[in-house]
Design a protein around this ligand. Structure first.
Ligand SMILES: Cc1cc2nc3c(=O)[nH]c(=O)nc-3n(C[C@H](O)[C@H](O)[C@H](O)COP(=O)(O)O)c2cc1C
Length: 185
């Protein structure tokens, strides 16, 4: 698969099952993630891989965060949070390691982390796996940073849910680049 073909055929898949990529496969994918553009070489990337039974630890962090954010959680909300990490055999917590730098604001470091995440999506797609990037209440707040045991400078920018497509794939939208393009003469 060439690069453009991988980019053009990537498709987010919410229904994911075993197998997930192996550690050896992910090692190569992470090498791609570490080629994200990175102003001043701050390396603002931390990937926390959660597989199998360790998803319970993530479910507990989700619950702790939800309890900190909302005092009155219903039974069904609690159950939904507990089940959330089990929607895929493997997840990657995307935690941007934000550093103070006179020329590189936080937003640039978050963009770099987002580019690294996209490289992961493309890398796993190329080797035959699928994923979806999710955020919601469990991202972009200090409560989730703390619940995950991270230092306060980390910003959780989301989660990649990764596995093998269950086969139900949506059609890839047929967008026309011309609708998004302006050319200056
Ligand atoms: C930063 C970010 C956060 C997202 N959060 C969610 C989310 O919480 N729930 C969701 O269903 N989709 C979320 N999405 C969208 C999906 O990951 C996906 O892009 C969307 O379903 C469109 O599918 P496509 O990527 O195949 O075009 C998010 C995307 C991004 C970039």
């Amino acid at each position: 698969m060439d690069t453009l073909q991988a980019i053009q055929t990537r498709n987010s898949i919410p229904r994911l099952e075993d197998p997930a990529p192996s550690s050896e496969e992910m090692f190569e994918v992470y090498k791609g993630a570490l080629r994200a553009p990175d102003h001043a070489r701050l390396r603002p990337w931390k990937f926390i891989e959660v597989r199998g039974a360790s998803r319970e630890k993530l479910a507990n962090a989700f619950l702790k965060t939800a309890h900190s954010l909302n005092k009155d959680l219903s039974e069904s909300e609690i159950e939904k949070l507990k089940q959330a990490p089990y929607r895929a055999p493997m997840l990657i917590i995307l935690a941007a390691d934000i550093k103070n730098h006179p020329k590189v604001p936080k937003v640039e470091q978050i963009i770099s982390m987002g580019a690294a995440a996209q490289n992961i999506l493309l890398g796993i797609h190329e080797i035959g796996y699928s994923a979806v990037w999710r955020t919601g209440q469990m991202a972009f707040n200090p409560e989730i940073t703390e619940a995950l045991g991270l230092e306060a400078n980390f910003e959780v920018i989301g989660y990649l849910y990764i596995g093998t497509s269950s086969g139900k794939e949506k059609p890839i939208p047929n967008l026309d680049p011309k609708d998004f393009l302006e050319t200056w003469n």
